[in-house]
Design a protein around this ligand. Structure first.
Ligand code: ZN
Length: 331
């Protein structure tokens, strides 16, 4: 089968489009014939080198397709855990020390086939395309846990989402609107800003030319927003701290611009700000996040659909922050 593999970390040339033997399901596993797989920032980190990643590895956490053994349409739940530790026992799978993400700790979805435990295959309605289904799991799962579970977002609240045109950003915008909150979204170009407005953002700021801190103060009568979603890191962190209200929450699930921002701790303790770390989510959160998509209340936004062999083009678009929504690869 054809697959996107990284044997040793590096630049775009580390991406190999290879022919591999078809995988065989282990006991309790089923085979997904992949019709669409999506690209996440995680793939870029794995390609560049992560200490926890096992090389060589097939990239990709997300996919949708047809289960070979049953003929059912399904999407891939992107994570596995031990199932028995104290965290798994309390339903907190993402805290499991043996937590596994497809395409990071074991072979992923950017291939013609993938074998996974049967519980990792979630049936999808016939009304949902494979492309939309493949765009959903990782980013909506992440967004749900960030906003709803960990961020405790309430309908009366204001939320700031930096770079909301990214895959996870669009998911945050969708779920924040669904929860009834007022959403302030930022993007780096007027074109992306217009698209965010079309998706329902209440206010949109072009962070390339607007003073976001000043604008947030104006929009919230100097109060600041209740919740900030920041997965940009170094470039935005200090401003996130300035944008959040006293006692507000900053939720982080990534650091695409760098993971070591400067931090003025006085701002954190005097203004009693909560910094909330978050990654992926548990099975219940995935079900909750997918339901509005299965019901057609939310449509994942697809930036481009590319053949699997053009994976380098997808990485380039994500790296240059050109993508709006998710890039889909077709085997
Ligand atoms: Zn566990």
């Amino acid at each position: 089968m054809k697959a996107v593999r990284v044997s040793s970390p590096g630049g775009l040339d580390a991406l190999q489009f290879v022919d591999l033997p078809d995988p065989k399901p282990a006991a309790g596993e089923l085979t997904l014939e992949v019709k669409a797989a999506s690209v996440n920032h995680l793939d870029l980190w794995v390609r560049k080198g992560l200490p926890v990643a096992k090389y060589p590895i097939i990239l990709g956490a997300d996919a949708a397709g047809v289960v070979l053994e049953t003929g059912r349409r399904a999407l891939l739940s992107p994570t596995l855990s031990c199932g028995t530790c104290e965290f798994c026992s309390s339903g907190e799978k993402p805290l499991c020390v043996k937590y596994t993400i497809l395409g990071e700790h074991r072979d992923g979805s950017q291939a013609a086939r993938i074998c996974v435990p049967a519980e990792n295959l979630i049936p999808i309605p016939d009304t949902l395309s494979f492309e939309e289904a493949a765009a959903a799991p990782l980013v909506y799962l992440t967004a749900w846990r960030m906003l709803i579970t960990r961020g405790r977002l309430a309908p009366s609240e204001d939320i700031l989402v930096w770079s909301a045109g990214a895959g996870v950003g669009v998911a945050c915008l969708h779920l924040a609107k669904l929860s009834g909150a007022r959403v302030i979204a930022t993007a780096s170009s007027d074109e992306k800003c217009a698209r965010l407005r079309d998706l329902g953002a209440d206010f949109v700021l072009n962070h390339a030319r607007e003073d976001v801190v000043k604008r947030i103060r104006e929009l919230t009568s100097k109060r600041g927003v209740d919740v900030v979603v920041d997965y940009i890191g170094k470039d935005t962190w200090a401003r996130s701290v300035q944008c959040v209200r006293r006692g507000g929450r900053i939720v982080t699930c990534g650091a695409t611009s760098g993971y070591d921002p400067t931090e003025d701790l006085r701002q954190i303790f005097f203004r009693q700000i909560e910094i909330i770390g978050c990654t992926m989510g548990n099975n219940k959160e995935l079900q909750d996040a997918l339901r509005p998509i299965f019901e057609g209340r939310i449509h994942p936004v697809i930036d481009q659909v590319l053949p699997l062999k053009d994976v380098a083009e997808a990485h380039k678009r994500l790296e240059q922050r050109l993508a709006f929504g998710k890039i889909i690869l077709k085997p």
